[in-house]
Design a protein around this ligand. Structure first.
Ligand code: AMP
Length: 447
């Protein structure tokens, strides 16, 4: 159950299993990628309606259900399916608070002594907010609940005074959010680290860096993610092995703490959003599912059977599996409609023919369909991120060239970020980190 390019990537990994997979997809959209992989695509389904989902799933009676995005987790779809005795990969509604409540997660880390919190305070009413803001040089204001990535406002970028911040907090409470989290504004480089967790055991994937801004050079509005990369050494150009180990350890501690706190085993993906700062690693957020696009950097490199991984999560036997990742680089680039991240009406035709002729489709290049609709042999945009290309190669810069060539061959009213994974942008990240650390010469050779 999912949507967007993340679904196509998960469907591909399931279909590549050695087990005979009969795949049913419940989705808000259909596209040629899904139609080619599934026995049946059931759509449109409101995947955040537990009763509607349960009715359909009861008829299919699958061995298990894999939940892709956050909305069904937030709505309690897992809880409902569990009542039917159908196992799910994905946390119950209470456990999913890790993603659906920022105050829950900050307080979980504090209570269980897990490192990574910035200086923060949770407010459940306006009282005291102004005084607290005046104690901070720089701050970030976060609504407690899900806002589709659009609720966080950063001082200096979206907010320019304490008065403006207080006005924003008033708006947040008026929109019925239960709390506001105010945090110190951190400076550093962000990365995502996704782990599988079965309630007791953890298996880590590899670190990935996403690009949130719409335009080249990290300009333009924030988006759901324009693309991402990973490196053959399973580090990032600004991260050491130590940092990655620390991120993994924080994911493990968080998985254990949330399971203890709620009294249920967390079974699914732990997605830690981290920032490396001059004072070390900080936790920016947790997600209770794979990232989109970050899943696309991880699954094509995974040298384990995806179905076996899901079974192990359900059975609590992840410790028995040997999950490795190919030592290759990946660069993912999303091709999006011209108006993105503004929702457009869609329905404009795009042509992928030339992009699909780039040599190596399958091995060196993966293509994942997202917000695309097929009709009478033609493809149409449906208004959001349309199609993702993932280059896979021995070096980052080779992987970038493969993804770039394919993305630039898409014909239609679209754009993509041509700078993701390039030497220039990577160097900018490394220089940023070096400036923050005040240490010249920390960078490693990249690629
Ligand atoms: P979140 O929804 O918590 O992931 O926040 C969205 C984005 O806001 C992050 O990806 C960061 O770029 C930025 N952000 C969140 N928290 C902080 C912070 N404490 N300091 C600086 N930037 C932040």
């Amino acid at each position: 159950m999912c949507k967007s390019g993340r679904l196509d990537a998960m469907a591909e990994a399931l279909c590549n299993s050695a087990s005979p997979v009969i795949l049913y997809i419940l989705s808000e959209v259909n596209n040629p990628g899904l139609a080619a992989k599934a026995k049946k695509v059931i759509h449109p389904v409101k995947t955040d309606d537990p009763d509607a989902v349960a009715k359909i799933v009861r008829e299919i009676n699958p061995d298990f259900v894999l939940i892709g995005p956050e909305e069904p987790l937030a709505a309690g779809v897992v809880d409902q399916l569990r009542k039917l005795g159908i196992p799910c990969v994905g946390p119950t509604q209470k456990l999913a608070q890790l993603e659906t409540s920022k105050s829950f997660t900050r307080e979980l880390l504090t209570k269980h002594g897990i490192p990574g919190n910035p200086k923060y305070r949770v407010f459940r009413a306006l009282e005291g907010i102004e005084d607290y803001l005046r104690t901070m040089d720089s701050f970030v204001v976060k609504p407690d609940g899900l806002t589709g990535g659009k609720g966080v406002k950063v001082f200096g970028e979206h907010l320019h005074s304490v008065a403006e911040a207080v006005r924003y907090c008033t708006e947040i409470f008026e929109s019925k959010q239960p709390a506001v989290v105010i945090e110190e504004k951190l400076d550093g480089e962000e990365f995502s680290f996704q782990s599988f967790f079965d309630g007791k055991h953890i298996v880590h994937t590899i670190p990935v860096q996403d690009h949130k801004r719409a335009r080249n050079g990290d300009t333009g509005p924030n988006t759901g993610g324009m693309g991402s990369y990973s490196c053959p050494d399973h580090l990032l150009p600004f991260l050491t092995r130590d940092h990655v180990q620390q991120a993994g350890e924080i994911n493990r501690l968080v998985g254990e703490a949330v399971s203890r706190e709620i009294g249920e085993e967390y079974k699914g993906i732990l997605y830690g959003g981290f920032m490396l700062t001059k004072d070390g690693l900080r936790v920016i957020e947790y997600n209770a599912r794979f990232g989109d696009p970050e899943v696309m950097n991880v699954l094509p490199l995974m040298q384990a059977d995806f179905v076996e991984v899901w079974k192990a999560i359900i059975d609590g036997t992840l410790d028995k599996l040997d999950v490795r990742f190919k030592r290759q680089a990946t660069v993912c680039k999303y091709v999006v409609p011209k108006a993105y991240p503004q929702k457009s009406n869609g329905d404009e035709e795009i042509k992928l023919g030339a992009a699909m002729k780039v040599p190596g489709l399958g091995d060196r290049l993966r293509m994942y369909y997202a917000a695309i609709r097929a009709s009478e042999g033609k493809l149409y945009l449906t208004g959001s991120r349309a199609v993702a290309f993932v280059g896979i190669a021995n070096t980052l810069f080779e992987a970038e060239k493969i993804a770039e060539e394919a993305a630039s061959l898409v014909e239609g009213p679209v754009f993509h970020r041509s700078d993701i994974g390039t030497a220039e942008l990577i160097q900018k990240r490394v220089d940023h980190m070096r400036r923050i650390m005040g240490e010249p010469g920390r960078e490693r050779a990249v690629g």
